[in-house]
Write a protein that binds this ligand. Structure first.
Ligand code: 5GP
Length: 219
């Protein structure tokens, strides 16, 4: 899954798939929003889900909220790049918008779990950059889940129980960011993206660029 995009200094490069995963409450949603707001050439992948909409969420912006049978159809018809069951609900990445963004030379940001990350890596290892966000402590995680006030106590308990299991996948990721403080964590995530955009293998236009430089020098 590659794409010709325009990278830094006007040198063509392949688009990349930038994945952020974490247990819920570790700050991944805030980090994703900051990245989208402050980074050019980066588009958020909006997932489809069967889970109920939370207060404040908007259909088509936060998720495409679909029922189980629609989700099954999407999965069966190959409309999803990856999908998984999380907290008894189904979540999946619609394929077409991702492919369209990559071919338009944009990078794509994914807020997906470890199961989805594994599937993306199997399909497009060279183009996937994955970051796992960890909370600084269990107390901090619980505090953030409560202050979000979007879920019932029972749901929060369930998310705490799941957090340890989700964290066990940390070593499958390329980078680990510990979210002590949001600005610092954001700066770290941003530098990862910036460095990955500059990777030689992704910058398909470099051969031409250097050849031109050499021609100019040899004149
Ligand atoms: P939430 O219900 O809190 O929005 O999301 C629950 C979990 O599902 C989060 O860990 C989130 O990253 C994950 N998730 C959201 N969309 C997708 C998706 O399209 N695919 C996969 N595999 N996981 C997703």
């Amino acid at each position: 899954m590659s794409a010709g995009g325009h990278g830094l200094s006007g040198v063509e490069r392949r688009g990349l798939m930038f994945v952020l995963s974490s247990p819920s409450g570790a700050g991944k949603t805030t980090l994703s929003r900051l990245l989208i707001d402050k980074t050019s050439g980066l588009k958020m992948s909006v997932s489809a889900t069967t889970r109920p909409m939370r207060p404040g969420e908007v259909d088509g912006r936060d998720y495409f909220f679909v029922d189980k049978s629609r989700f099954e159809t999407m999965a069966k018809e190959g409309e999803l790049l990856e999908w998984a069951t999380v907290f008894d609900n189904r979540y999946g990445t619609p394929r077409v918008p991702v492919e369209a963004a990559l071919s338009a030379g944009q990078d794509v940001l994914f807020d997906i779990d470890w199961q989805g990350t594994q599937q993306l890596r199997e399909k497009a290892r060279a183009d996937v950059v994955s970051v796992f966000i960890l909370p600084p402590s269990a107390a901090d995680l619980e505090k953030r889940l409560h202050s979000r006030a979007q879920d019932s106590d029972e749901v929060i308990r369930g998310r705490m129980d799941r957090a340890s299991h989700e964290m066990s996948h940390w070593a499958e990721y390329d980078y680990i960011v510990i979210n002590h403080e949001i600005d610092e964590a954001f700066a770290e995530v941003q530098s990862i993206l910036q460095a990955e955009r500059l990777k030689r293998e992704r910058r398909t236009g470099l051969t031409t660029f250097v050849r031109k430089l050499q021609q100019q020098l040899e004149k």
